[in-house]
Design a protein. Structure first.
Length: 196
């Protein structure tokens, strides 16, 4: 016979009088409490397992970030050695390895750096492409072809002759604007007739 001070799975066992007075309610309540305790126990175990998994993933992510930074720094060093640049430790823009590096007054993307190193592109090619890209954008506000296309010999619509022509046209426009501004200022300075 079970005494009322014993517990079954953490639930107090009532005496026989309580069971006899309303057995259906008693067993329903007891079953409900057992189910709740079982679910709570399972939920706690699942939470602990998820916490362990998250901790393991965080360790993996930290290791991957370290490996990524090391790999990016290796490419950066290889690119700088190849081109004779100084590889400074803090040259990654916004301290974000694998994005853009500031090297010898140039911004170099990780993609271009990797392509250059992996394909052993001739040393002078990157600077030639970089400065032409800047010139084209400055004159036309249009992007120049990407580095890989340039290296593979894609047709270049921005020939030296075309850029020279654009420079001359831009100069003429600036001179005309300057002349226009001077004329407007001279008009503003003239005295208006009294009838106005």
């Amino acid at each position: 016979m079970v005494k009322s001070n014993h517990k079954v799975i953490g639930i107090p066992v009532p005496d026989k009088g309580e069971i006899k007075s309303n057995p259906a309610v008693f067993f329903d309540e007891m079953f409900e409490e057992l189910v709740i305790k079982k679910i709570e126990s399972q939920n706690q175990k699942e939470k602990e397992q998820r916490a362990e998994q998250m901790e393991e993933k965080q360790i993996e992510i930290t290791a991957l970030k370290t490996q990524w930074k090391d790999l990016c720094d290796i490419y950066l060093e290889a690119f700088c050695d190849k081109h004779g640049y100084d590889a400074e430790e803090d040259c990654w823009v916004n301290d974000d390895p694998g994005t853009i590096a500031m090297i010898s007054d140039m911004f170099v993307s990780m993609d271009n750096m990797r392509y250059d190193v992996d394909n052993n592109i001739p040393e002078e090619t990157y600077e030639e492409w970089y400065w032409k890209s800047l010139e084209v954008y400055e004159l036309t506000e249009q992007n120049y072809m990407n580095y890989e296309s340039f290296c593979k010999g894609a047709p270049d619509i921005w020939t030296d002759e075309r850029l020279k022509s654009i420079k001359e046209a831009k100069f003429r426009v600036e001179e005309a604007k300057k002349a226009l501004d001077e004329e407007i200022n001279r008009y503003k300075e003239e005295e208006l007739p009294e009838e106005f």
